[in-house]
Every structure is written in C-alpha cells, then in structure tokens.
Ligand binder design. Structure first.
Ligand code: PEP
Ligand code: MG
Length: 543
C-alpha cells in the first residue's frame, strides 16, 4: 500500500483499477536523400492533423462546450505557427533526416522551452506543443494516436494528460484522474471538473511502480491517493463511497423544493459556473439560477480575444438554457492568478494588487467594450445581470457606466437588439466595504467575493499554501464587513449575495440568514446540500 498527497482539483471519492497511461512515441531517426519528399510528407500530415483537430473540436464543443473545446483550435493554430514549422523544416533540410524525427525533435525542444518558463500559463502550453507534435508524428507514421483504452470503469493514472488525450476518453468509464504533473489551472483539471469526477494533480508517485489494474483510491476531499490499498483501507473507502451515494440520493427529493427554514426564513441558492457546459450541472442540481458566471474562463481557454459575436452567442446560450432564471455574468476578471499570454500584460511585482479585473478593463476599454456590447445584446434574450469585479471607488463605477452608455448608444444607432440589464458590483476589497453605503446608491446589487475579501482584509495571499494555517475565513473582521455591506445594500433596497467559497460553508448558514443575506452562489454540486441545511434549520433555535 502506498499513499501520496497531491492537490485536489475536484472533490469526491472513487476506487477502481488503474489504467496507467504511458506515452509511447517511438521515433526512429533515418537519414534521407530527398528533403523535398520529406517536406511533402510533412505537408500531407499537417493536412490530416488539421482535419482531425477540426473533428475533435466539434466533438468536444458538443460534449463539454465551446469554451473548453477551444483548446483544439489552439492546436490547429500551432500547426500553422511559422516559428514551429520553419524549425521543423530546418531540421529536415539541414540535417537531412526524416520528417517524423524532425517533428519529434522540434516538439520536444519547444515543449522544454515552455516548461522552463516561469509563467504557469506558458508551462501549460508545453503539453499543447507535445500533443500536437505527437499527432503529427503519428500521422507521418500512418498510425492512430491512441489515448488510454478503457473497457471498464477505471482510474486514469498518468504523468500528465494532454487535452486531446482527455477528451478522447470514454467518459462513462472514467472514475477519477491522478496525474504527476498538472496545475490547478491545467486543462485536465478544468475538464475533470466538467466531467464531475475526482481529480488529484501534482501527485509524486513513480510511474514505474504502478501497475495496470492495480487498485487505487482517489480521495478528492483530502487530496490523498492510495495505490494497492490494504483490505481495511478498501473497506473504509467503500463505506465512504456508499455514504456519499446515500447522501446524494437523499438530496434528490429536495429538487423543486424551496430554500426555507422551518420557521419561514428564505434564502436564494444559485450556482457558480465557468462555462456554458457547466449549465447541465446547474439544472441537474436545481439551482435557482447562476449567481456567478466567471467569464474570464472564455478568455483563458484560448489564444486570442473572443470576438463580440462569439461572446454574444455564449451569453445568449446561457440565458436561453436557464429559461428565465437569473444569470449573473461577471465581466472579465483577468490578472493576479488568472493570466493569458496573449493579453501581453506587463510582469508585476505583486499581481494580486496589480492591474487586474476592472482596473485592466478600464485601462483597455477597447477590450472591455467588446464584452459590454455582447452582454447588452444577450440581455435582450433573457434574465441576464452584469457584475463588475474588484471595485474600489465610485469613480470606477461612473467610468463603467459611461462605457455602458457608449455601448448602448452604438447599439441603438446600429439598430441592434439590446437591453440594459440589472448591474451590480463585486464587494471584494475592504475599500468597497467601507464605502458600500455610497456604492449601493449607484448599482442594483452587491455580490460579496469572500475569496478576495478575505485575502485583502487579512493580508493573506490566497494562493500561498504555506499560509493555510492563518487563513481564517470566519475572522470577525470579515463577518463584520459582510454585515456592514448587507445593511448598506438593504438601506437602499438593493439585494446582496455571496459568491465566494465561504457561501458554501454549511456552518455559516445560520449567520448568513441572521445577517439578512439574500442569495448564496456556490458550486452546482453544493446547491442541494445547502438546501438541506436550510430546511432543517429553525432560526429561533439557531442562536
Ligand atoms: C471571490 O473573490 O470571492 C470571487 C468569487 O471571485 P474569484 O474567486 O473568481 O476571484
Ligand atoms: Mg475575486
């Protein structure tokens, strides 16, 4: 029995046989006489690869949504990247070697270069280059690029998984993911959340020691992976799995019911999402709507800015799928831990306190306006609200309002259908809390982002795992701030919600109700758990 700790990127517990995915790419170096013939083979393989990637994109877009599928667009673009292609051609021509060898060599070099970069986003691109090069090599060799072949429910164990390997898996058979590499923001992590299976990355196991078919327990609650568990550990895991199943089954009957305490106190419970593909889970869990759509994921999962038309289609799809239920779309919250290379943001000493979110948008209005126009247009088709992140001043709100007015005037002049929807701000800085009495007069609602509010109030970097022991989400300062914001919102008859992780803290439910919070927005899988908690409560006895 071997136990390892890693980073859990999705909760849940699973046990099953391991399918160890070992990448094999046997490329034999051959000296060639005719480089032109190799270049022609390369051209043909590029064409085949581009066709495959288009098909993969269509398949992924259908299964997991356009935003997540965009990675295959990125791969297709890599196939057209002049720097990459001329490096491959150069190897063929100068070293007089076969095309597959030139592709493998160039792919490895580019991949190593990306891995060595400090930027986490660029590190993740190493897997993309590797993936695309492997595809080309397989096509040059005339064989299929095979991912793990699953014939029964299995735990996927791999050094790392590329997006195309992940998407080609038979999802009905994936019990969990365990990878040696991969960050919380890697594509595997994003896709695992979409697939709703436990996943643990950064697990320091040695691939050679793991056998196919070996039993594995993946505990996404604790981040612990156990290979070849003994009988006691298996029995324990079996019990937990059973308990989780029973818990889930017991929640089923809560669908369609109100979030109301036994003595009549109500609270709305909505869901947080990162893409339209997550809406299936929102509906499945009977959330009251979408309380936070983190739109930056649309930007993060691609290599170029999404156009107004692309964004409009996505937001419109979201409101249409939610059939009249509220959909709160947060505008681009880029920066700090969410970086995309093509934004070409300057390196900052302290990005969490840097040019992020609304600050970035107000300094790059040409990018922000595209999103605002798309949102106003989509609002015409359903119950959409706009939420602005990281506000610290009335001046910022006024500037946003001017931009919205500009976008409105343009749409009006063009005769394009639009609607000015409800607009609110995130309260996630102590500054916004302290002037929330004034801000409440300018906006329609507040959504409290406790993840950042705790970070900035307690001066604790939320991404620094070493500070976990100091991270006190229930700190009196934070709770008083939530109360202050709620009182100020209500004084202006505006609603207030919480969309940070604290919203899902069952222990806090009595306090939130007492404070007068109108709405909580949580991961879809938490909605019914919180509903259960509310329905079992009696406010009279809670304090
Ligand atoms: C928050 O800060 O609480 C929040 C919901 O926003 P994010 O986690 O995306 O920064
Ligand atoms: Mg935030």
């Amino acid at each position: 029995m071997q136990r390892f700790e890693g980073k859990s990127v999705y909760n849940g517990i699973a046990m099953g046989p391991a399918v160890v995915f070992r990448r094999s790419r046997q490329v034999i170096k051959k000296d060639i006489e005719d480089p032109q013939a190799e270049l022609e083979r390369l051209r043909a393989a590029l064409e085949i690869s581009a066709g495959q990637l288009t098909q993969l994109y269509d398949k992924a877009a259908e299964q997991i949504g356009q935003a997540s599928a965009a990675v295959f667009e990125v791969h297709r673009m890599l196939l057209e990247d002049e720097m990459y292609l001329s490096a491959v051609r150069n190897v063929i021509e100068t070293e007089k070697v076969n095309a597959e060898y030139a592709v493998a060599l160039t792919g490895d070099e580019f991949s190593a270069m990306f891995s060595a970069m400090e930027d986490e986003y660029m590190n993740a691109r190493a897997a993309d280059v590797w993936d695309v090069s492997s595809r080309l090599v397989h096509n040059l060799q005339g064989d299929e690029q095979a991912g793990p072949q699953l014939t029964q429910p299995s735990v996927i164990v791999a050094q790392d998984l590329s997006p195309s390997e992940t998407v080609q898996l038979n999802k009905d058979y994936v019990l969990a993911f365990v990878t040696q590499q991969g960050s919380i923001n890697s594509h595997t992590a994003i896709l695992a959340r979409m697939m709703n299976v436990p996943a643990i990355v950064s697990v320091p196991f040695s691939e050679e020691e793991i056998q196919d078919g070996e039993c594995v327990i993946v505990d996404g609650f604790s981040g612990v992976v156990t290979f070849s568990p003994d009988e006691a550990a298996q029995a324990e895991a079996e019990k937990t799995i059973q308990r989780e199943r029973e818990k889930d089954a017991k929640l089923e009957h809560l669908k369609g019911k109100e979030n109301i305490t036994r003595d009549g106190h109500k609270i709305d419970i909505l869901a947080n999402i990162g893409s339209v593909a997550d809406i299936g889970q929102v509906l499945e869990n009977d959330a009251g709507g979408i309380g936070l759509f983190r739109s930056e994921f649309l930007y993060l999962e691609r290599d170029t800015f999404p156009t107004e038309e692309e964004q409009f289609e996505i937001y419109k799809q979201a409101v249409e799928k939610m059939k009249g239920k509220k959909v709160v779309i947060r505008t681009l919250d880029i920066g700090a831990d969410k970086q995309a290379e093509y934004f070409r943001m300057e390196k900052e000493e302290n990005p969490a306190m840097g040019c992020r979110a609304i600050r970035f948008c107000l300094t790059r209005p040409e990018i922000f306006k595209v999103q605002i126009r798309a949102l106003l247009r989509a609002a015409h088709y359903g119950n959409l609200s706009i939420l602005y992140p990281m506000i610290i001043s009335e001046d910022e709100v006024s500037k946003v309002q001017s931009l919205v007015e500009e976008a409105r005037a343009e749409l009006e002049a063009e005769g394009t259908a639009y609607r000015i929807p409800e607009q609110g701000i995130m309260i996630e800085t102590p500054a916004a809390v302290m002037i929330s009495d004034r801000l409440a007069k300018m906006v329609d609602f507040f959504s409290i982002g406790t993840n950042d509010l705790i970070q900035y109030t307690l001066a604790l970097d939320r991404t620094n795992a070493k500070l976990d022991a100091f991270y006190d989400a229930h700190h009196e300062a934070v709770l008083r701030m939530i109360q202050m914001v709620t009182d100020h919102a209500h004084a202006q008859e505006k609603w207030v919600g919480i969309c940070g992780e604290l919203a899902a803290d069952e222990q806090m439910m009595p306090q939130f109700l007492k404070m007068g919070i109108d709405e909580l927005s949580v991961a879809p899988a938490m909605v019914l758990k919180l509903r259960k908690k509310v329905r079992e409560m009696c406010m009279k006895d809670a304090f």
